[in-house]
Design a protein around this ligand. Structure first.
Ligand SMILES: Cc1ncc(COP(=O)(O)O)c(C=O)c1O
Length: 471
């Protein structure tokens, strides 16, 4: 399909305009500049030895999660505060945050509405394994915003995806699931897969301690390829498709016109449930991609930002899934279902998501974020033209991605061909040194609400300075 149309054209040496010697020098210089600006941060990093493997007892390498070591900087930035779209490190360096906790803080850091909700739970409690007074309001609001009729909560998007897969298997009485090459759905065993160069499913090489061979029950196909998808669904043994409506974890890969509607039709034809994971595509607009483009999934999942940064995820479902769950509960043996965790839907999460639905996930907030993202897109388009670069910009509401290719990739294989880790590294580090934090993975920017008025102009200046050094 589209892969054949574009793939040969995409196999060009990436970024011919970039001078590799200058790039290497630039990275060395920027690493030194990063360290110079952070004496306190360096002392802290040295103390916890996050710079080498001889770390003292305490947090391994000085970080609470190992992937906090994946930033392009010589050591992870240690934060003192985060408010709105600004983060401040231990040394007092302020950064405009276009990473926003890789979406967890999409609506800004420490939003006032969430902080007020936190004050409120000092009286009402944090967790009790009982529903709070907010259930009716939150449930109705979720229906209004996202369109699905029934809802449950979880602690994280990974959890909610795990539950969606279990429920799909339960209802369909089928064992297999289908995901797309380039996907990421969190720490969910069945989904840490990819296609190799021959188009065969493999456990991702980065996957630690895989519980089982994922090829046993997971099917993986390229995005935007209906033929490949139908060929797999035909066997009628696939419980559900789990997909982001646009892939966001391998760069942003948009669905081609009509693709998602065709996916829905294939699901109908082969009696396969459709689960959309909107954890990142929530950036598209109010109600996520689903509401913005009129999708009708059987199950909807979103996590990270839904409760303004408090651990919380939601999963919603339609009448068909509800009937299946009603039957399952009616016939349920005493014991554990494997769906739900103790802290999911806690009093704290319920108070936070209520505040988020009232004050953060609103039309006004989205309008502001999307306007900023459009401005960033225009600024980047001007820079690409000025420097005569073979780059494109892909935007999904408030989120955008720089792709190192003029042709826009339509699947993960094509996107991987555009990757240029050294250049990415240089841009990320150069931006940090000029006051901007972006995701450490690929070239994603997320525009939060109320960006400082001069932020986009300054971002443009920073990108121009970086490029002047490496072109
Ligand atoms: C689309 C998608 N789903 C699920 C997750 C997992 O989220 P969490 O790590 O909060 O469980 C991620 C994380 O990046 C994601 O991008």
């Amino acid at each position: 399909m589209s892969e054949q149309n574009n793939s040969s054209a995409l196999k060009i040496a990436p970024n011919p305009r970039i001078n590799r010697d200058k790039l290497t020098y630039f990275i060395c210089y920027e690493r030194a500049a990063f360290i110079d600006a952070r004496p306190e941060g360096l002392a802290m990093a040295a103390k916890s030895s996050c710079l080498n493997h001889n770390c003292p007892p305490g947090f391994w390498r000085g970080v609470p999660q190992h992937w906090m070591m994946d930033w392009p900087s010589p050591f992870p930035i240690r934060l003192k505060s985060a408010k709105g779209t600004i983060v401040t490190d231990l040394d007092g360096n302020e950064l405009v945050d276009l990473c926003l906790g890789d979406t967890g803080a999409m609506f800004g850091h420490s939003p006032d509405a969430i902080m007020r909700a936190l004050n409120g739970v000092s009286e009402t409690g944090l967790t009790a394994m009982l529903p709070s007074e907010h259930c009716e309001f939150v449930g109705r609001k979720l229906v209004e915003v996202f369109g699905l009729a029934y809802w449950q909560m979880a602690l994280s998007a990974s959890d909610a995806n795990r539950f969606a897969l279990r429920v799909s298997r339960l209802i369909s009485k089928r064992q297999k699931i289908l995901v797309f090459d380039g996907c990421y759905h969190g720490a969910v065993d069945e989904t840490v897969v990819a296609l190799d160069d021959n188009g065969e499913i493999i456990a991702k090489p980065s996957n630690w301690g895989a519980a089982f061979n994922p090829a046993l029950n997971t099917v993986c196909v390229p995005f935007n390829d209906l033929e490949a998808l139908e060929a797999k669904l035909k066997s009628r043994d696939i419980a559900c498709i789990l997909m982001e409506p646009a892939l966001t974890n391998c760069g942003i890969i948009l669905p081609e016109a009509g693709y998602l509607q065709a996916v829905e039709a294939l699901c109908e034809k082969y009696d396969t449930l459709l689960v959309v994971d909107e954890t990142h595509t929530l950036s598209t607009g109010l109600g996520g991609y689903t509401r913005s483009f009129g999708l009708e999934p059987d199950i909807f999942v979103a996590g990270k930002a839904v409760a303004g940064g408090i651990p919380c995820a939601i999963w919603g479902f339609n009448e068909k899934v509800k009937t299946g769950l009603e039957n399952a509960r009616a016939n349920m043996a005493q014991g554990h279902s494997g769906v739900g965790t103790t802290l999911g839907g806690s009093l704290l999460a319920m108070a936070a998501i209520k505040a988020s639905l009232e004050s953060l996930m609103t039309r006004e907030v989205y309008d502001d974020m999307i306007a900023s993202a459009s401005e960033l897109e225009a600024e980047l388009a001007a820079i690409i033209a000025e420097f005569d670069l073979d780059w494109s910009i892909i935007r999904l509401g408030a989120r955008l991605e720089i792709v190192f290719s003029k042709l826009i990739p339509t699947n993960a294989k094509q996107m991987r061909e555009t990757f240029d880790m050294e250049l990415e590294h240089a841009i990320h580090l150069g931006l940090i040194n000029r006051g901007f934090l972006v995701t450490p993975f690929h070239n994603m920017l997320l525009a939060g609400p109320n960006l400082p008025p001069d932020a986009i102009k300054k971002y443009g200046q920073a990108m121009r300075q970086i490029l002047e050094n490496v072109v």
